[in-house]
Design a protein around this ligand. Structure first.
Ligand code: SF4
Length: 201
């Protein structure tokens, strides 16, 4: 076969993602949080690596909801991941899983990660932290925390921030910069990104 007949196989850029954003029914209430733009536009160009930390620690679906709570000062004052009704503390279990899974993800040559906003496990920023009946938007999901610690240079965003066209373009520029893609592939992707319909709030 001559040079012209050769098919050059280029592996797609790999991006980790909170599984519920792809439409997987893994949420506590048995539902999903499918983001059409990610599935239908971005999905044509990338290989997703879906992760649902709460499913992967064996909580199943549907499951009792969890939340972040402020630990007492004598316990370090950080956050705890707690099942709301039963008061079961899942912090150690989630942290052990998150550290192990982040190492596995680091070996997969990921170029970015898209997290589900507001989640006590996946949320990137401003996640509610409860102290009794009051909450402040001051936390980060326990899985997100471990992911950022294990992969400090990885481009990471949440689906809420990606609805801003400027943030979105900057994120994918950083993602694609990690892989030397053919200029044409990259240009096609960026064109598709700019053409997307304005998402509803
Ligand atoms: S936010 Fe994270 S833990 Fe919650 S359902 Fe989505 S992937 Fe699973």
């Amino acid at each position: 076969m001559g040079e012209r007949g050769k098919v050059r196989k280029v592996r797609r850029v790999r991006i980790g993602i909170s599984a519920c954003l792809l439409g997987e029914r893994v949420r506590w209430n048995g539902d999903h949080k499918r983001e059409p733009f990610l599935v239908e536009t971005v999905g044509k160009f990338v290989e997703w690596v879906p992760v649902c930390p709460e499913m992967e620690i064996g909580l199943g679906t549907p499951r009792p909801p969890v939340q972040l709570e402020r630990a007492a000062a004598k316990d370090g004052g950080g956050t705890r991941l707690v099942e709301i009704e039963s008061r079961r503390d899942l912090t150690k279990k989630m942290d052990a899983f998150a550290a192990r899974r982040s190492k596995e993800l680091a070996a997969l040559d990921l170029c970015g990660f898209i997290l589900k906003k507001d989640s006590p496990s996946c949320g990137l920023e401003r996640v509610k932290v409860w102290s009794g009946s009051k909450s402040t938007r001051s936390g980060r999901g326990r899985f997100a925390e471990a992911l950022l610690a294990a992969l400090p240079d990885l481009p990471v965003e949440d689906e809420g921030r990606l609805r801003d066209p400027g943030v979105c373009e900057d994120f994918f520029e950083r993602v694609f910069a990690r892989r030397r893609l053919a200029a044409a592939d990259r240009a096609r992707f960026m064109a598709a990104l700019r053409k997307r319909a304005k998402p509803s709030k």
